[in-house]
Design a protein around this ligand. Structure first.
Ligand code: ZN
Ligand code: ZN
Length: 221
């Protein structure tokens, strides 16, 4: 790898600022919509089952099920909010050896935004915003839940060298996309929580629908 022989500068400019306002807005919208969906599924399930004259094991199971699904979905949402999608931090390992072009640019004191977003050297990508190397972290794997949850519906594949998210303003390895409903990047590290969250949403809908059908047929008898 061609790089400067001199040591990388110790006083690097600060990491770019994430668009916090947009992230909070997105996470808030997702939370409100998800919460409204969960409330609707719970109200439909418990409300419709309460119309039955006599309770049965099935009605208790469905009521417990819809609440459990909502709790699990909330847990996944919370995990997505708290788990770092793997943003690349600055360290000796991620910054060194810095491309010569960057070292001389830093030394010249010119603004960083006059540089292109990326410097590619020997197939490896250096992000000029974060000032870190984005190394290849995984291979395309068509068998993972991640692939079927995110890549297939969106018809795109995980970016092998990661991606610099313009909203989070960080480099994320195994990047699947930035979720406008979660206000965070989705990578291989948090996509499983998203998969379970979406699955719980589907189950919640099915539970509410089953309750309506049960009441409909029971009351017709
Ligand atoms: Zn970056
Ligand atoms: Zn992002």
């Amino acid at each position: 790898m061609s790089s400067a022989t001199m040591d990388p500068p110790t006083n690097l400019p600060p990491m770019p600022k994430p668009n916090k306002q947009k992230r909070v807005m997105q996470a808030g919208t997702g939370f409100l919509l998800g919460g409204a969906a969960a409330a609707a599924f719970i109200a439909t399930t418990i409300g419709s089952l309460s119309l039955l004259d006599t309770g049965s094991a099935v009605t208790s199971v469905l009521s417990v099920l819809v609440i459990t699904e909502s709790v699990v979905a909330f847990g996944c949402w919370l995990a997505i909010m708290m788990v770092d999608p793997g943003t690349v931090k600055r360290s000796a390992e991620t910054t060194e050896p810095m491309p010569g072009k960057i070292v001389s640019h830093l030394a010249s004191g010119e603004p960083m935004d006059s540089l292109p977003m990326l410097v590619v050297e020997d197939g490896e990508i250096f992000c000029t915003q974060c000032l870190v190397w984005r190394r290849k972290t995984s291979l395309k794997d068509f068998t993972t839940v991640a692939h079927w949850t995110c890549c297939v519906p969106r018809r795109r594949y995980v970016e092998l060298c990661g991606h610099h998210c313009e909203i989070c303003n960080r480099c994320v390895p195994d990047f699947h996309g930035h979720s406008n409903m979660l206000g965070t990047c989705i990578s291989n590290r948090n996509i499983y929580f998203l998969a379970v969250l979406l699955f719980m949403g589907g189950l919640g809908f099915m539970t509410a629908l089953s309750s309506v059908f049960i009441v409909f047929f029971q009351r017709d008898k």
